[in-house]
Each structure stands twice: as structure tokens, then as C-alpha cells.
Design a protein around this ligand. Structure first.
Ligand code: DI6
Ligand code: FE
Length: 408
């Protein structure tokens, strides 16, 4: 039997590209049928068949409904934390110096290798809960702290378990090419060979990831090395994305675009050539103001160029223990406005429609349109800009997943 649930007397920010801006509908309604949106639009135009069959009618009393929020770039599965490095940096050490001295990512690698899958799940859950409490319904989770076949697989399995522990969708990305593990010290090419020949074939065979990512940076891997990883990903039918132009400009975004990447992420040092390449390939620019803030960077991503070229912009927490220990997507919206001068509307599209595209899920989630999964966030606000305006306040009223009411 089909169950129809009707959310009425609401204001909708549909994010529907066929409408202007946020696709706002005053006096709107959303009908969910078997977990999917059967209707989203003016309540006056609601098909009477849906109104009649509804098994439950929820009066939203004028509250705002947005699509469930999407955090499209996180590293929430990891062990330990790096508060000590935070102290070192406040005493003058730089992120790159700490990484070169064997700290940084590698200290998280040691902790993550030593943790069991169950321990990784248990330590990720409080971070996941913080995101969920703010209306997040889909989260991307990267590996990248295992750096060998067994430990990368352990991280990706832990990520999948999160979706069994909580009502949330998890999208998994294999980030084997994140850092050089100690057993390959001095030989990045040999490690890249391990990623391509050993890690990715296994991850693909076991269906452990939905995409492949890399870190293209002088402290990580060169464009040539990343190209080898992308070739291997392509051979296994996996789409790619890339940490690019975060600390310097190596042309990573243009490389990613040549491989039809879903997204290029960070992008502080992106130049005009990179923007043009992304625009041509339809690659989403994922901006991560949490890492920019936490590392006290000064070079800002070229937002004006991205806008002019029509590159879709997404926003994410980058939640990770080293450069962005951030578990609030709402605070991320505020940071994107204050630090990168995005408009509140741009940030809201960046955690809904454009974040869905960054995950290749634009047909499934990210807007309030008939046929999509009925993942909603319902807010106690008077206008959408409030979601980006407040600092450290959570106006979520209710979350809806697959058409089902969730407790906060
Ligand atoms: N860029 C980042 O900001 C994170 N990874 C990456 O490639 C940092 C990860 C860490 O420091 O643990
Ligand atoms: Fe990252």
C-alpha cells in the first residue's frame, strides 16, 4: 500500500532550476509517496488525489522547507584528533612544516590504522550526529587515512556502517592518493602504483566506493601522479574528483576537468585557465571555507571568475582532524558569506542542488521536485538567509528522510 504524507502550509525553497533563485513558493506543499516527492509546489495546485489519499497531514504553520542539506566533502571517519598541532601552529609552526616533520595527515594515519572498524564507526558517530542535527540528510565520506588496501577498505566499510546506524545517506569516496605512507617514504611513484594496482581494483571489486579522489599538492601528489590514479579509476568505471589548488596552483582543477571530474575542491589558487576548463566539463567548484579559516589562509578562491563562467559552486565542511575540525554545515554557510563573499542564496544552493551535482546525484536529491527522494529540512525561520546569517544557532524544526519524520 502506498503511504502518502502531506506537508502543507509551508514556504518552500525548492532550488528548482526551472524557477528563479531559490525557487521560492509561498503557501506551498510537499507530498511524499513511498519515500519520493510526488508533488512540490503551490498548495492551491496540489492534485486532489494526493490530498485525498494522504495518510498523514502535517501543518508546517508557515515554516520553511528546503531540501535536506548535503555535506559533499568530509573526512568524518578517522581516529584521534590533532589538537596538539593546533597548539603548535599557534606557536608559529605552519601546516606544511608539521606535515613535512611527519605529523599532520600521517599522525591521523597511524591512529586510524590502529583503530578497528567498530572504533572508527563509534568515533565518527558524534560528528555525524552534529551534522544530522542541522538538517543534513546526505554526507560524502572519504577514506585517505588508511593508505593501504586493508586500511582504506576498513575506512570505507566503517563509512557504510554509518548509514546503518543513523537515518542518513552516505556517499563514499576512495582517497588513497591523500598522503605518502611511511613504508613508501621517498618513493611517491611506487605508492601511486600501489593505489592503482592494489587499492582501486579491490575497492571497485568490493563496491566500497562511489568515486575516487586525490590530493594534488606539493606536499602530496603531482598532476602526473594524479593522472595515473584517474586512469585507474576510469578503467574501473569510477568517477573522479580532486583536492586541487588549495595551497598552490599546480593545474589540478584543469587536470580533473580533463577527466570529466564531478568536482574540484578547495580552489583558493585556481586561475582563469582552471575556471575555463571546469566550466567546459561541468565540474562543480566545492569551496571549503572551514579549512581556509582554520589554516588562516589569505588567498581566496576566485568566486567572481567562477560566477562569470557559470561554474556551479558547492560548499562543504571538509570535516577532518587537521585542517577543518568543523561539524556544522550552517556555520560553513556563514563562513562562505563572510570569508568568500558568497551570497546567502549561493551558499544555500551550494549545500543542496550544487552539492548533489558534486556527488553525481543531481537526479536523485538536492531540489524539491517530483520524483526525487523526499529528504527535507524544515526550519523555524522567516527567510532563508537566516540559515547563513546566524553563528552557532540551529533553527531546524524537523528533518524528513525518505518521506519519514525524524526526531531531531
Ligand atoms: N586537504 C585538506 O584540507 C585535508 N586533506 C586534504 O587533502 C587535510 C587532511 C588532514 O590534515 O588531516
Ligand atoms: Fe578534504
Amino acid at each position: 500500500m502506498t503511504t502518502t504524507r502531506l506537508f502543507r502550509n509551508a514556504r518552500l525553497a525548492t532550488m528548482d532550476p526551472a524557477r528563479n533563485g531559490l525557487g521560492i513558493v509561498e503557501k506551498g506543499a510537499v507530498a511524499a509517496e513511498d519515500g519520493r516527492i510526488a508533488y512540490a509546489g503551490p498548495e492551491a495546485d496540489l492534485p486532489s488525489s494526493l490530498a485525498v489519499t494522504a495518510s498523514e497531514i502535517i501543518d508546517c504553520e508557515g515554516r520553511w522547507i528546503t531540501p535536506g542539506l548535503i555535506d559533499c566533502h568530509t573526512h568524518i571517519v578517522h581516529a584521534g584528533n590533532r589538537a596538539h598541532e593546533f597548539e603548535l601552529r599557534l606557536n608559529g609552526a605552519t601546516y606544511e612544516e608539521i606535515a613535512r616533520a611527519g605529523g599532520g595527515i600521517l599522525s591521523t594515519v597511524n591512529a586510524t590504522r590502529a583503530a578497528s572498524e567498530a572504533e572508527l564507526v563509534a568515533s565518527a558517530l558524534p560528528r555525524l550526529d552534529a551534522l544530522i542535527a542541522e538538517g543534513v540528510t546526505t554526507i560524502e565520506v572519504k577514506s585517505g587515512y588508511g593508505l593501504d588496501r586493508e586500511n582504506e577498505a576498513k575506512m570505507l566499510r566503517a563509512a557504510a556502517r554509518l548509514a546503518a546506524e543513523r537515518d542518513v545517506s552516505i556517499v563514499r569516496t576512495c582517497l588513497g592518493a591523500h598522503a605518502l605512507p611511511p613504508e613508501f617514504a621517498g618513493d611517491k611513484d611506487a605508492y601511486i602504483e600501489d593505489v592503482c594496482r592494489n587499492q582501486l581494483p579491490f575497492v571497485a571489486k568490493e563496491h566500497l566506493a562511489d568515486a575516487v579522489d586525490g590530493f594534488c599538492e606539493r606536499i602530496a601528489f603531482s598532476p602526473e601522479q594524479i593522472a595515473r590514479v584517474f586512469d585507474a579509476a576510469r578503467a574501473h568505471g569510477l568517477p573522479v574528483k580532486l583536492h586541487a589548488e588549495q595551497l598552490s596552483n599546480l593545474g589540478g582543477a584543469a587536470l580533473a576537468a580533463r577527466y570529466g571530474a564531478l568536482s574540484a575542491d578547495h580552489l583558493e589558487y585556481l586561475d582563469e585557465t582552471g575556471v575555463a576548463a571546469m566550466s567546459k566539463s561541468g565540474t562543480v567548484a566545492v569551496l571549503l571555507p572551514g579549512a581556509f579559516y582554520f589554516l588562516k589562509e589569505t588567498q581566496k578562491p576566485p568566486v567572481a571568475l567562477l560566477r562569470r563562467a557559470g561554474v556551479p559552486i558547492a560548499i562543504a565542511t571538509d570535516c577532518n582532524p587537521g585542517s577543518s575540525p568543523l561539524t556544522s554545515l550552517l556555520l560553513t554557510l556563514n563562513m562562505a558569506c563572510t570569508l568568500f563573499a558568497l551570497t546567502p542564496d549561493e551558499t544555500l544552493l551550494g549545500v543542496t542542488r550544487n552539492a548533489a551535482k558534486a556527488l553525481g546525484l543531481q537526479r536523485e536529491i538536492g531540489t524539491l521536485e517530483a520524483g526525487k527522494r523526499c529528504d527535507l529540512a524544515i526550519w523555524e525561520i522567516d527567510r532563508p538567509a537566516e540559515l547563513a546569517y546566524r553563528i552557532g544557532f540551529n533553527p531546524l524544526w524537523r528533518r524528513v528522510r525518505n518521506g519519514q519524520w525524524q526526531s531531531r
